[in-house]
Design a binder for this molecule. Structure first.
Ligand code: NAD
Length: 260
């Protein structure tokens, strides 16, 4: 075990999670990266981050769709670093469809990964955080945790649920030096968003360019995508002493979307 703090970032082989893993590595955290990509596909990134920032980084390809995979991931963090100080529940998927056509298995998968995985991971790390009197849990929710859009019933339900879960665990851990917060991003141009553009175009009967301009960025007053670096900066701030009284919060980083 080193003096450095250790962080698990779920779904950090891509997009926002990778940006947060990079931000935490730059801030001196040892990291457990995770994603469902094959380990050799992520190896170059893992090694590059470790070399650049001089921290230890391990990768787990655990599938977090079930509690057993989540416990495997947390177990790797505990076995490698002796503790988990920071948990970032970030892994998430999306599916876009009118509710009457929404496949049952897609509903179940989105609830399992976007909501239940955060429960299983939190349950596994909280005892150690309480015992050490310090911990940070950061849930990557969404502007869709606060407001809805049509055709995203499972995602919106899961993200609203994640905000309720965030507040509950914040109350349960408040006297133990543990903070629990949610970050609610607006649209970030990651593979998750790129993948839903064709389905949204189909559901609404418009072109993909129109989806970007008239659907995604229509809701975002800044008229630009949020960046992963902006989200990583906030996640890192939440781990600092200056953020010790921020708990149970839903922090929007959405270019003004939910101000409307
Ligand atoms: P992404 O598709 O780029 O990355 C998703 C990550 O999750 C990848 O590392 C992938 O391997 C991992 N993952 C997928 N299924 C998994 C599984 N079963 N088990 C373990 N890992 C799995 O997505 P992103 O845009 O970076 O999204 C990350 C989070 O941010 C999600 O929770 C998403 O809902 C949220 N979010 C994204 C946006 C956006 O505009 N991109 C906006 C608001 C919130």
């Amino acid at each position: 075990m080193t003096d450095r703090k250790a962080a698990i970032v779920t779904g950090s082989s891509s997009g926002i999670g990778l940006g947060i893993a990079r931000g935490l590595a730059a801030a001196g955290f040892d990291i457990v990266m995770n994603g469902i990509e094959a380990p050799d596909a992520v190896e170059d990134t893992r090694r590059a981050l470790s070399d650049e920032f001089g921290v230890r980084i391990v990768y787990s390809p655990a599938n977090l769709m079930a509690g057993a995979g989540v416990r495997e991931l947390v177990g790797l963090g505990q076995a490698t670093f002796g503790k988990v100080d920071v948990l970032v529940n970030n892994a998430g998927i999306q599916f876009v469809s009118p509710v009457e056509d929404f496949p049952d298995e897609k509903w179940d998968q989105i609830i399992a990964l976007n909501l239940s995985a955060a429960f299983h991971a939190t349950k596994a790390v909280v005892p150690g955080m309480k015992a050490r009197g310090w911990g940070r849990i950061i849930n990557i929710a969404s502007a869709h945790g606060l407001v809805a859009s049509p055709f995203k019933s499972a995602y919106v339900a899961a993200k609203h649920g994640l905000l309720g879960f965030t507040k509950t665990i914040a109350l349960e851990t408040a006297e133990h030096g543990v903070t629990v917060n949610a970050i609610c991003p607006g649209y970030v141009l990651t593979p998750l968003v790129e993948k839903q553009i064709p389905d949204t175009a189909k559901a609404r009967g418009i072109t993909e360019e129109q989806v970007k301009r008239d659907v995604l960025l229509a809701a975002q007053p800044t008229k630009r995508f949020v960046t992963v670096e902006e989200l990583a900066d906030l996640a890192v701030f939440l781990t600092t002493a200056g953020a010790a009284s921020i708990t149970g919060a839903s922090l929007t980083v959405d270019g003004g979307w939910t101000a409307q």
